[in-house]
Design a protein around this ligand. Structure first.
Ligand code: AHR
Length: 509
């Protein structure tokens, strides 16, 4: 059996060393002898909602734009996202999904009705980016689409029709309509969300009621689909308990979970001008993902010992006050090294829980919340989060290497957190990758990694800068990965020196 990911703290030895003013040594032990799951590439998924400038101006500029595009989608965005190896993309929301009627977004664009985007800024949505645009974009990216169905204000028939429209190969009213709209072959969409945040913007339902609603909708969604139930809001463990109790495991493939790294919902703080105390609070919320996954997984284990149902963290990331001067409903925020730390810590947690967490979606891809890309007219910049997602893509579909870790503390006036987190995997070509994060913004950390295999060489890349540092349209490359020379390997012992506030991904041969 796989050894549980073990977070050993420095304990008595640590206390003793702290008392004598000596920093304990960080230690990581790679357990290549233990059976381990594959790190599903879908953990590295993204999310694109009709919110602010994520779709319009972000992905989509229309095919008459002066910005180079493919069927209206920006070529610079397609190129940047291909480098990330985006495995799946969730659309059209979010809260927007439960107001969205897919039939309004197919057929001639000049005939499409409009709707008011009530959740996000009250702007008029012209439905010019619809099902065909999204699914063709996914084909361009080589990403699997993940469609979020409208349960809150839609009907069972509407969602069943959407499934038939995009997936049915034979003759049917919906496949005829698809062909009339210019697409002969179905797209074969596998991932389907049955509503979004049913406990909130998706209908303010109780878990007992939503369980029944889920069962009804899922019954009429035909085909071999991967159906994802709307899951818990962060630590609402009762939601998971009730759904797992009431929905048979042969009716559901994934249970969602949403958790944002936020300081306080009423005092989220500025995305760039934050204090170390706020940084620590954000890190506390990011590290809490580990507790959330353990607790939700323990509940799921009671009803699904074989782990047939995946935990799908289909919204995660940092959430701050919107950038001053921007539409408060557009959720536009800058992205700093603090966000790179959230990404590194969270992806390590997901990798280490790959047995249950088999899909996740960073919120959101472009211009919204913890975006990987920001746009301004015809320019784009890649954020620190983009670089972490790109550095970590070596873990996609690799075999997890379970590890034990003993970390020094990062202490602040608000408490303490482990300074160092890690995850590791072995890819199909036999290369071992280790990703290490030091969230301490002031202290470097030396780490000894013990391995059971002997390696001859180590190389790697690092993303490191001051915690408030970010890329901007005047300094687009202030934060970017560099070659890393702070690691040395001798037989089965690797030593690494991580600078403050850094993410490192190493390759061992
Ligand atoms: O990602 C922004 C919003 O956060 C989503 O629309 C919603 O699902 C969540 O509350």
């Amino acid at each position: 059996m796989k050894q549980p990911f073990n977070y050993l703290r420095t304990g008595v030895l640590g206390l003793l060393m702290a008392a004598t003013g000596v920093q304990a040594q960080n230690k990581v032990t790679l357990r290549t002898d233990a059976a381990a799951p594959t790190i599903n590439r879908n953990i590295y998924g993204h999310f694109a909602e009709h919110l602010g400038n994520c779709i319009y101006g972000g992905f989509y500029v229309g095919d008459t734009s002066h910005i180079p595009n493919t069927n209206g989608v920006r070529n610079d965005i397609i190129a940047a996202l291909r480098k990330l190896k985006v495995p799946n993309l969730r659309w059209p929301g979010g809260c927007f999904a439960d107001t969205y009627h897919w039939k309004d977004g197919v057929g001639p664009k000049d005939k499409r009705p409009t709707l008011v985007n009530t959740w996000w800024g009250g702007v008029t949505e012209d439905n010019s980016f619809g099902t065909h645009d999204f699914l063709n974009l996914c084909e361009e990216l080589g990403a699997e689409p993940y469609l979020a169905g409208n349960v809150g204000s839609g009907t069972v028939q509407e969602l069943a029709d959407w499934v038939q429209y995009v997936n049915f190969p034979g003759k049917s009213p919906m496949s005829d309509l698809r062909q009339a709209n210019g697409r002969k072959d179905p797209w074969k969409v596998k991932f389907w969300g049955v509503g979004n945040e049913a406990w909130g913007c998706g209908g303010n339902m109780k878990p007992e009621y939503y369980s029944d609603i889920y069962r009804k909708y899922a019954t009429f969604m035909s085909g071999p689909l991967f159906k994802i139930a709307s899951g818990a809001n962060s630590s609402d463990y009762n939601w998971t308990e009730v759904l797992m109790k009431n929905i048979p495991t042969n009716m559901v493939n994934g249970l969602a979970l949403h958790h944002y790294s936020v300081i306080e919902w009423n005092h989220k703080g500025d995305a760039v001008n934050f204090t170390e105390e706020q940084y620590f609070q954000t890190m506390t919320s990011a590290c809490f993902m580990d507790t959330l996954i353990r607790k939700h997984s323990a509940i799921m284990d009671k009803y699904d010992r074989e782990k047939k149902v995946a935990l799908v963290v289909d919204e995660w990331g940092g959430w701050y006050d919107v950038q001053p001067g921007t539409n408060p409903g557009f959720l536009f925020q800058q992205n700093t090294m603090r966000d790179a730390m959230i990404a590194g810590v969270t992806l390590n947690i997901f990798n280490n829980h790959a047995d249950r967490v088999r899909m996740a979606n960073l919120a959101q891809a472009i211009n919204v919340l913890q975006a990987v890309i920001l746009t301004k007219g015809d320019q784009i910049i890649l954020t620190p989060t983009y670089h972490v997602m790109e550095m970590y893509n070596v873990h996609q579909d690799a075999t997890q290497i379970p590890l034990e870790i003993q970390s020094n503390d990062y202490t602040s006036g608000k408490g303490k957190l482990p300074a160092v987190t890690a995850s590791a995997s072995k890819d199909k070509a036999g290369l071992t990758h280790i990703s290490l994060v030091n969230i301490d913004p002031k202290k470097a950390q030396e780490i000894t990694v013990s391995t059971q295999d002997a390696y001859k060489s180590v190389s790697g890349r690092i993303l490191s800068s001051k915690m408030q540092d970010h890329n901007s349209f005047t300094q687009p490359d202030l934060v970017k990965p560099q070659a890393f020379s702070g690691a040395a390997i001798k037989d089965k012992t690797l030593t690494v020196k991580l600078p403050p506030c850094s993410v490192v991904v190493l390759e061992l041969k």
